[in-house]
Design a protein around this ligand. Structure first.
Ligand SMILES: [Zn+2]
Length: 300
């Protein structure tokens, strides 16, 4: 199944990233102006189209495509999808726009982080015509028709150009990666602290500020709808701080990325009360440890 109704007018679309269910989600607001929030890797764009079909929305009906940030699992498919969505306007943070229009540097830095083999699996993002993009800043209101509206809030920390989105009427929040990774059925959270621009102070203050908007439900890209809002905010804050401290300890002992990632995998495995982490969770842990080490290299 590609599309699941998770809230009033909202569908979660499973993008089946690298063929895996339940890891990278996108969301559809099925209102008078259908809006797609995030769209997964370039290599899985067809799954997004399948999700829209299941939810009963044609690609030509999409009015807004909002990549919450430019990371490939959120915006990778945007350029490719826009070819099927002639009536869609892209809305993104002003610092995202240059990377959406010309992804050359994004592709270079992602290749550095993931390596060429994995980049091949993710697929290459296509450039988006500048005339189709509208830039937003700190906070923007968006009219979605017939009394439905959204507030787009700048939520830096995970990435400096990230936005999260609240549906004003129902107070559901599309968190983007402002909160940790919470895979369904796994009772553990993995902090979202990737290279190249993770900033712990900003991430913690972003979580505090979106918490003040008192969302009723969180729609998390990795992965799913969460009604345990307080738990997700509490754990996200706590674990960013704990992981930075722990990884700093390992980094000071000159541990390699592989060794440090193994230690943190052990932490998540224990938290989750399982014996072996799923492969996508392992990849997430490694990227988050890499992001913290990169931050330490730059700042200490
Ligand atoms: Zn991200």
């Amino acid at each position: 199944m590609y599309a699941t109704k998770v809230s009033e007018r909202v569908y979660m679309l499973d993008t089946f990233a690298l063929g895996q269910p339940g890891t990278v989600g996108a969301y559809l607001v099925k209102g008078p102006k259908p809006t797609l929030i995030d769209c997964g890797y370039s290599s899985s764009y067809e799954n997004v189209l399948a999700g829209l079909a299941e939810a009963g929305v044609m690609p030509t009906e999409i009015r807004y495509l909002i990549p919450t940030h430019v990371h490939l699992d959120h915006a990778g498919a945007a350029g490719r999808l826009l070819r099927e969505m002639p009536n869609a306007e892209v809305i993104a943070h002003e610092r995202s726009v240059p990377h959406l229009v010309d992804p050359t540097r994004l592709i270079e830095s992602s290749t550095k982080v993931f390596g060429p083999a994995i980049m091949g699996l993710y697929g290459t993002p296509e450039p988006i015509p500048a005339r189709r993009v509208t830039a937003v800043g700190k906070e923007t209101h968006l009219d979605l028709g017939e009394g439905l509206s959204a507030t787009l809030i700048h939520t830096p920390g995970h990435a400096p150009h990230q936005i999260s989105i609240v549906l004003d009427q129902t107070k559901v929040m599309f968190t983007a990666d402002a909160v940790g990774i919470v895979y369904p059925g796994m009772k553990a959270l993995i902090p979202t602290t990737p290279p190249p621009s993770f900033n712990p102070t900003e991430l913690v203050s972003t979580i505090a500020s979106i918490r003040q908007t008192t969302p009723k439900e969180l729609l998390v890209p990795h992965f799913g709808a969460r009604k345990d809002v307080e738990w997700v905010f509490d754990r996200s804050t706590e674990l960013v701080q704990r992981w930075v401290e722990q990884v700093e300890g390992l980094w000071k002992r000159k541990m390699s990325l592989d060794e440090a990632a193994e230690v943190m995998e052990g932490e998540v495995t224990r938290d989750a009360g399982i014996t072996e982490l799923p492969i996508m969770a392992k990849m997430s842990v490694r990227v988050s440890v890499m992001g913290i080490m990169h931050y330490l290299d730059k700042n200490i």
